[in-house]
Design a binder for this molecule. Sequence first.
Ligand code: PMP
Length: 361
Amino acid sequence: MPRILDNALEAVGHTPLIRLDKIAAQEGLKCNLLGKVEYTSAGGSVKDRIAKRMVEEAEKDGVLIPGKSVVIEPTSGNTGIGLAMACAVKGYSVIITLPNKMSLEKEAALRALGAEVVRTPTEAAWDSPESHIGVAQKLQKKIPNGVILDQYKNVNNPLAHELTTGPEIIEAVVSTPSTSEHPSSGKVDVLVAGAGTGGTITGISRAIKKKHNSQCIVVGVDPKGSILALPEGLNEECKGETYVVEGIGYDFIPQVLSREAGDVDTWLKTGDEESFEAVRKLMRLEGLLVGGSSGSALSGALRWLKSDEGKKVAQTKGANVVVLLADGIRNYMSKPWFLKMALEAEPSPLAKQISNILQKS
Ligand code: PMP
């Protein structure tokens, strides 16, 4: 962006699409494996886009009034960080209700941006008064001028992705020429993304299928223990399991995730272990400091590319497979899964060499 920006909200989105060539080579893929890296957005995640759009549209509709409205939102954290950033820039008070499972880093970022944070029990059912949704509703009833923008129902959630994330991916693919080193079909052939509210996958899918490539295969990733995947049998197999990965999966179907409308073609269930292993690969092989759900998306993508359905794409030179990497490791630096990965790895040959040298001297 070659000009001075007016504020942080102008630095939301505009994220890079980056080749994951080393992972592709390790997995024996002939297709292009491409990561849409959302942690470079100003607030650090894909959800900045919807926060910005929901606030700006609510202002246009007169729902949010500067100096008066109090923004209240239940979130797994990233929408909250985007909203707190928008509210800091625009001068609104903001309250975020956040399930206990979500990281301390998210709470710290929220508080640093000036938000009030209310923690809620992770195990509370979505429609119980104790859940992050129930507590937000209770606060909204009692706090004068409290407004819930409601990412689970707000059309501006999928629309933000239909109008920004999707077009950015299409633009990057279309404007990169096919060369002998990097052959390209010139289109987005496969999109893989995790689903929480489902706004990201729904919106990007609409942008691609309506305006670019109606044949694009959209693969949804849902953690084991969540109920978003179809067919229902996939969810039944791992019913009641819990998962550490944050930001994807739910115990209800959010309205913005249109499961029946053909926006998502196929679903995969992922587990924590494969997700964190994929995060390690993204860090070690590609230098990308992504968060846990990015690992779920990559792991789902690699599994789909090995399936009967995906094998042909995997071996097609120039086919473009885009994996949505939703946030960065900043959100998870103190989580045991990350500390274990970063600090308790087997000593490398170089580490052994260093300790030999230092012991001798
Ligand atoms: N990954 C992370 C880390 C997230 O915070 C979210 C948002 N809940 C998602 C993935 C899924 O995005 P969406 O809500 O648009 O489905």
